[in-house]
Every structure is written in structure tokens, then in C-alpha cells.
Ligand binder design. Structure first.
Ligand code: PHE
Length: 479
């Protein structure tokens, strides 16, 4: 492995992985999911999930990436050979590539909305505007496929240019500009929320809860959100791990990444809800929270347009540092496998995702009510693609990654790579071997509605685990 494929700076892996993790998931999805799932109770289960499932799988992904030292698809091909396991495990790489393509396709469209709202906020048009006219800005945008396409194209091009420039001149350099910018803007928005918002009310909303609010449904939502937010299950972290110098500690990095990702989500939640409370708005606004409720809050406070504009730049930057991690694993594969130039490989990935994105664009207007997707899956193209990627491919990928790292890799190599002491190693192993697979399978089976009720999915998940452990030579070995 040549040094040219290792990050130049110490700490770039953490920077890149935090950049991947912090995105629309933190700023847009997390706050509205808190609102929909009962505030503090949701945060508590979210934090528990990150701790017991998220961090161990994050470590497993980084570990696989760094041992394979290639794009996820080829890393898995190599690891299955060198460990003499069934080639079927290579599906981890392929499923991940498909998930990355699907997520990128809609991620770019939604990130594009922030361009529109940034422009509208800076124009001052919303200053003093009433709730109805601000709602109309959002629906006006969604109704206009050409405008959505324009922003989708801008966002995709920006992402492709960064990845196309390569891991040093593009990713590493880009991240060293984007991430500090993101951090500074986040603190400014938080300070603004403290000065002009109801920060105390926001804090008590986020950090206090009644046990009765802890629903299983909320727990399921929290689990899915943890996967999405930590960028787990599709190889994004694996691809970045492949460029990580061998001397860096994987466990310490994973903990740092999880703390940063959760921290940003909570800061974003504090800032957003303090403004929402100050404006007397509803917390349970759903996906429109960031694009309708928040602009309504900005409309009535001093410097609202300025900070509103700034906030949407923040969203754009955070989304950009995430989308590049969706392009990288697939582009790296195309370069290795077909000897394409980096620009060609990135262009191919971005172009296919861009084309697929048209389905999401149309889901908000021409195909909002009926389409083939409605006929087949009972939901819009956007909802179908999101469901397939986030609720099926990511959890399945996560389970397989955990099982592979836990059972197929040897104790020596794992301990050497993780750089932890034996106690931590054992805890990690228990989690990736048993806890994470059972917990995630349970969510997965419930989430896709394979069987109904709360008990059957658990029985199936436990049954699978037992059969896996009992027949692990069958599951693992190359027959
Ligand atoms: N973690 C990103 C976010 O929270 C989304 C993402 C998912 C990025 C999967 C890469 C891989 O916005």
C-alpha cells in the first residue's frame, strides 16, 4: 500500500468521519424526530443506542476498512479470501454501494433546499413575514421541479468536484476548510439562540422526560436515526478507514466521532428549539421543522434574516461534508477495478445518483399523489428510496459488518488494530458478536413489518443468533 493513499495529517480520519456523520441527519432529521417522539425520552434511547450499538459497529467498520486498505467492495473481497470465509460476505460491499447511491440521490435534493432557503433568508424577504407566507415559500419550492433540479444539480456538482480532486487535494483540503467553518457557524447559531431564544425551555424540553413517554416506537426510530446519523452500514466509514494511518487508535477515534456527532445533534436541537419556543411555534412539525417552523422563528427576531441565511449555509456545508463520503467508497472502487481516472469514476457515480435524484424531485410535485411507486409500495418514490436505503440496507449492512468483524477476523489482528486493552476488547467483542446483531435485527424485522407484534421479531432475532452461533462454521467457512 503506497503512502499516497494514506491521509497526510494525523487526525484527518476523525475530521473526515465527523464530516460524514454530521449532516442533514443532525440538523434536519434529529430535531424533528425529537419533536415527533417526545423530547428527552427519545434522546435517552438514542444515546444508549449510540453507546451500545453505534460505537462498536463504527469500530468494526473502521477496522475492516483499515485491514482491507481498499474500497469497501474490494476490501471485502480480499478479507473473505485471506480469512477463507464464504464469498457471500462480499455482499457487504455491494449492498453498501447500492445504499450509498440511493442515499446520495435524495440527500442531494434535500440539501439543495438549503440553497434556496439561504438565498431567500439573505434577501430579507422573510423578515416580518407571517407563517402562511413562509409556508408558501416552502410549498412553492416543492411545487417547482425545475427549481428543485437546479439546486440538486448545484449540490451534486459541488460534491463531485471535491471528491474528484482526490483524497489529498479534494477531501482532505476541503474538510480542513468545511469543518472549522461548520463548527464556528454552529456556535454562532447556538449563541444567537441563547441571546434571542428560550434556551432554558429548550434545554428542559430536551433533557427531561417522563418514563411513560418511552415508547417502543420511539426506540425504533432512535435506532434507525443512530445508524443514519453515524453514517453506519454502507461503507462510508470503511472507505475513510482505509486511508487511516496504522498507528492511530480506532477505539479512541470511534468514541470521539460518536461524541462529536451526538454533540452537534444536541447543540442543533438546543438552538432550533430555543428559537421555536421563542416564536411560540409547535415542536412537532415533522420534516418541515427546519424549512417552515424555523424560518417563522427567524422572521420575528433581530438579525433574523442574517442568521437564518447563515444557518442554511451551515446546513449546506454539513450536507456537503457528508455527501462526499457517499461518493468516495464507490468512486474508489471504480478507480481500482476499472482503472478509470478519479474524475471519470466520480463523474459516473455522481451522474447516476443525479439521475436517480429526479425520482425524488418528482415525488414532491408531479408524482406527489400517484406514481408507479405508489402503486407498488404505497408511498412516493422518495419515501420508497429512503425506506429501502435507511430501513433495509443500512441495518442489514450493519448486522453483517458486526458479525464479520466479530466472528471472521482473528483475535490478534483485531486487538492489534483496535489498540485497546483486553477488557475493552472483550466488551467490544460481546457487542459486535451478540448485542448489536440481535438489537439491530429486531429493529429491522419490526421496522419493515415482516411479522407483527413486539415479541415475534425478538424471537426471530434471537433464533437467528442461536443458529448463527451454533452453525457458525456453516455461516462463515468457505465450503
Ligand atoms: N450521517 C449523515 C447525516 O447525518 C448521512 C450519511 C449516511 C452520510 C450514511 C454517509 C453515509 O446527515
Amino acid at each position: 500500500m503506497s503512502q499516497s493513499n494514506v491521509w497526510t495529517h494525523k487526525g484527518t480520519f476523525i475530521l473526515a468521519a465527523v464530516g460524514s456523520a454530521v449532516g442533514l441527519g443532525n440538523l434536519w432529521r434529529f430535531p424533528y424526530m425529537i419533536g415527533e417522539n417526545g423530547g428527552g425520552a427519545f434522546i435517552l434511547v438514542y444515546a444508549l443506542t449510540v453507546l451500545f450499538v453505534g460505537i462498536p459497529i463504527l469500530m468494526a467498520e473502521t477496522l475492516i476498512g483499515r485491514s482491507g486498505r481498499k474500497s469497501p467492495i474490494l476490501a471485502m473481497t480480499e478479507l473473505t479470501k485471506s480469512h477463507n470465509t464464504s464469498p457471500a460476505w462480499q455482499v457487504i460491499g455491494w449492498m453498501g454501494a447500492l445504499a450509498a447511491l440511493l442515499i446520495l440521490s435524495f440527500y442531494s435534493v434535500i440539501a439543495g433546499w438549503s440553497v434556496h432557503f439561504g438565498l431567500v433568508e439573505f434577501s430579507g424577504r422573510l423578515s416580518g413575514a407571517d407563517a402562511a407566507s413562509i409556508g408558501a415559500v416552502f410549498s412553492g419550492l416543492l411545487d417547482n421541479p425545475l427549481l428543485l433540479m437546479l439546486y440538486h444539480t448545484i449540490f451534486m456538482l459541488a460534491s463531485a468536484v471535491i471528491v474528484g480532486l482526490g483524497i489529498h487535494k479534494g477531501l482532505e483540503k476541503g474538510l480542513r476548510i468545511l469543518m472549522p467553518l461548520l463548527f464556528v457557524m454552529l456556535l454562532m447559531i447556538l449563541a444567537y439562540g441563547v441571546v434571542f431564544g428560550e434556551i432554558g425551555q429548550a434545554a428542559s424540553y430536551l433533557f427531561s422526560f417522563k418514563l411513560s413517554e418511552l415508547s417502543l416506537q420511539g426506540w425504533l426510530a432512535a435506532m434507525g436515526q443512530a445508524f443514519f446519523s453515524l453514517s453506519l452500514g454502507l461503507g462510508a466509514i470503511m472507505a475513510y478507514g482505509a486511508y487511516m494511518p496504522s498507528r492511530e487508535s480506532i477505539s479512541r477515534s470511534a468514541i470521539t466521532i460518536a461524541i462529536a456527532d451526538t454533540g452537534v445533534a444536541i447543540i442543533a436541537g438546543l438552538a432550533i428549539f430555543s428559537l421555536v419556543f421563542a416564536a411560540g411555534q409547535e415542536t412537532a412539525a415533522g420534516p418541515g421543522l427546519m424549512f417552515v417552523t424555523l424560518p417563522i422563528a427567524f422572521a420575528d427576531i433581530p438579525f433574523g434574516s442574517l442568521f437564518g441565511g447563515l444557518f442554511f449555509i451551515l446546513v449546506f456545508v454539513a450536507a456537503l461534508s457528508s455527501s462526499i463520503s457517499l461518493i468516495e467508497p464507490v468512486a474508489a472502487y471504480l478507480v481500482e477495478r476499472f482503472s478509470l481516472s478519479r474524475m471519470q469514476a466520480v463523474g459516473a457515480m455522481a451522474f447516476v445518483a443525479w439521475l436517480l435524484g429526479i425520482l425524488t424531485v418528482l415525488s414532491f410535485n408531479l408524482w406527489a399523489e400517484s406514481s408507479v411507486f405508489h402503486a407498488l409500495f404505497g408511498k412516493s418514490a422518495f419515501d420508497s428510496i429512503d425506506f429501502l436505503a435507511s430501513n433495509i440496507l443500512l441495518p442489514l449492512g450493519g448486522v453483517l459488518i458486526a458479525l464479520f468483524a466479530g466472528w471472521a477476523l482473528t483475535r490478534e489482528e483485531v486487538q492489534r488494530e483496535l489498540g485497546t486493552n483486553p477488557t475493552w476488547y472483550s466488551l467490544w467483542q460481546i457487542s459486535v458478536r451478540y448485542v448489536a446483531p440481535v438489537a439491530v435485527l429486531y429493529i429491522f424485522i419490526r421496522g419493515i413489518g415482516l411479522v407483527s407484534g413486539d415479541i415475534w421479531p425478538l424471537i426471530i432475532a434471537l433464533g437467528f443468533m442461536l443458529s448463527f452461533v451454533g452453525g457458525r462454521s456453516l455461516w462463515l467457512k468457505n465450503s
